[in-house]
Design a protein around this ligand. Structure first.
Ligand code: NG1
Ligand code: ZN
Length: 529
């Protein structure tokens, strides 16, 4: 049972600043690193309660602000199966973080225990990790104080990537998932990769932009494990240079500017392919430089298309097409050209922004591929599918080979969460099998020109959406004006939604012509403002 006097005393050392209101959003809590001390202390308590509620299974806590600037930080919880925290607990997290005093905190804790019915005599286990941000160390200390105040056991995963932390949680709770260590993670993934590319021609070196973040460390380890099978050239690896994290590099920079990071200028030869990780290595952007020395970006939509087409082929080749339905999940930000290409080939679902929505929808397919355009995504294999794969008796050697490939994919892919390194190996497998360079991959379809802009408004909560965020129901009349404007643009599409991670409204527009897309975006932004 909890000792409330101990909690109150510890909480006094981590008082909540009066001015801030915290919110557990799509990416957990996220703000300036120096505003998060009390939040981390309380997340220690919350994670322990969550573990008690989940039959003492391990819960994960990742301290990171992903692609945000270095001075930001954040924290998110991971559920026992390696998934994001169950939505109903997000409200508890928010209430806990905003309790104004130690006394109020105790009341909130008591309230959570009662409403959720938690047996606090159970032991609690929490696995935690952090990215390379300088504020991480003191935040970890505050977090540990929270664990200690409620007598929970903590396991420190150290400085590590978000996907590795998710893997550790899942592997700790399900013994047959893999060894619950970093070594187990790398071994599982690279063994599968080596089998998938065995007998294929030698793969040309791949340049990896590590965003000067925690992906550097993981990529270095991966490089050793891969040896000659896939030579990696690591760039932007300055994890200790102040301010370098995510600055003019990394997946978010590439996606938002649609440019090569200046630090890579001259390092990518024409025809060579490269990729960028983000600050916690859960997002991936590919790119190449054409013979005409033009930068070409291959984003999450391109990755989804490449991977889904490959898996559909393998399912056919293995003789399982009547038993396994492959589907794909996108958000409204998916390029219209990708949606058109995919819809002609397999079931496509559109869901609201945020990984939890994509993940959930992907679970409804036998094999569900999901990616956000910004490069966050993975592939899920349902339990039924795993059994089908195990039981299937192929009729021909070709079917057997295809079946083995699919089984290896289930090991290569980090199914708990989007994982830049696992996704990178997945892309490399497909390119090796298809003998594609960036050019052939890129030519599957041509992206429609598009523009994403942010608008600062008085109250973003005035903007209410429907239809997977593609239409507005409030402010009244605005959607109709957008519809009328869109009609004036050839191939036009535009939508407006409030951001879940920043205090802004986002406007997205695409059209057949570059100037059309830009003009449409700015004119819609003008209506929103
Ligand atoms: P918001 O701020 O709600 O648009 C952003 C990304 C999402 C997702 C979340 C979580 C865009 C347009 N939005 O959400 O795709 O990655 O952050 O990190 O890229
Ligand atoms: Zn990230």
């Amino acid at each position: 049972p909890l000792d409330f006097a101990t909690i109150a005393e510890a909480s006094d050392q981590h008082a909540k600043p009066t001015y801030y209101q915290y919110q557990y959003g799509t990416a957990g809590f996220r703000t300036l690193g120096d505003r998060l001390d009390s939040v981390l202390f309380r997340v220690g308590i919350l994670a322990a309660l969550r573990s008690m509620k989940q039959n003492s299974h391990a819960i994960g806590v990742m301290i990171t602000a992903s692609h945000n600037p270095e001075k930001d930080n954040g924290v998110k919880l991971v559920d026992p199966r390696g998934e994001m925290l169950e939505a109903s607990w997000e409200a508890h997290a928010t209430t806990l973080a905003n309790a104004r005093s130690s006394n109020e905190l105790l009341n909130v804790i008591q309230h959570i225990i009662e409403t959720v019915k938690i047996d606090t005599s159970r032991p609690a286990l929490v696995i935690y990790g952090r990215d390379t941000r300088p504020s991480g160390e003191s935040l970890v200390a505050a977090f540990r104080d929270g664990l200690r105040a409620v007598g929970a056991e903590g396991r420190d995963a150290g400085i590590t990537t978000t996907p590795i932390l998710h893997y550790l949680v899942r592997a700790t709770n399900s013994k047959d998932f893999g060894e619950p260590t970093e070594l187990g993670y790398f071994t599982k993934m690279t063994d599968a990769f080596k089998q998938l590319v065995a007998g294929r021609p030698k793969i040309a070196p791949l340049l990896v932009d590590c965003a000067n973040g925690v992906g550097t460390q993981a990529a270095e380890t991966l490089k050793e494990y891969l040896g000659d099978t896939l030579p990696l050239i690591l760039e932007n690896t300055s994890t200790t240079t102040p301010g370098a994290l995510n600055r003019a590099c990394g997946a978010d920079y590439v996606k938002t500017t649609q440019q090569l990071p200046p630090s890579l200028e001259g390092k990518v030869a024409p025809g060579q392919r490269g990729c960028s990780l983000d600050g916690d290595a859960d997002r991936l952007m590919y790119f190449y430089v054409s013979e005409k020395r033009q930068f070409r970006m291959l984003d999450g939509d391109k990755i989804a298309t490449l991977v889904a087409a490959f898996i559909v082929d393998l399912v056919k080749l293995s003789g399982l097409q009547s038993k396994i339905r492959v589907g794909i999940v996108q958000t409204a930000y998916a390029n219209g050209a990708s949606t058109k290409y995919l819809t002609q080939r397999l079931p496509v679902k559109c869901v609201p922004t945020g990984v939890k929505h994509l993940h959930h929808a992907a679970e409804s397919f036998d094999i569900g591929v999901y990616f956000e355009a910004n490069g966050h995504g993975t592939v899920l294999f349902s339990r039924n599918t795993l059994e089908t794969l195990e039981r299937h008796e192929p009729n021909t050697p070709a079917q057997q080979t295809a079946l083995n490939h699919i089984i290896n994919l289930t090991k290569l892919i980090n199914q708990t969460v989007g994982d830049a390194l696992s996704d990178m190996l997945l892309v490399e497998v497909v390119l090796a099998h298809k003998s594609y360079s960036g050019v052939e991959w890129d030519s599957l379809y041509t992206d429609l020109p598009n523009r994403l802009v942010k608008v600062v408004v008085n109250d973003r909560n005035n903007f209410v959406t429907t239809d997977a965020e593609r239409r507005l129901v409030n402010p009244a009349g605005l959607q109709q004006r957008i519809d009328e404007l869109v009609l004036k643009y050839d191939g036009g599409r535009a939508f407006v939604r409030p951001s879940g991670t920043e205090d802004v409204v986002r406007v997205y527009a695409e059209a057949n012509a570059r100037i059309g897309a830009d003009e449409l975006a700015y004119r819609v932004a003008g209506m929103v403002y």
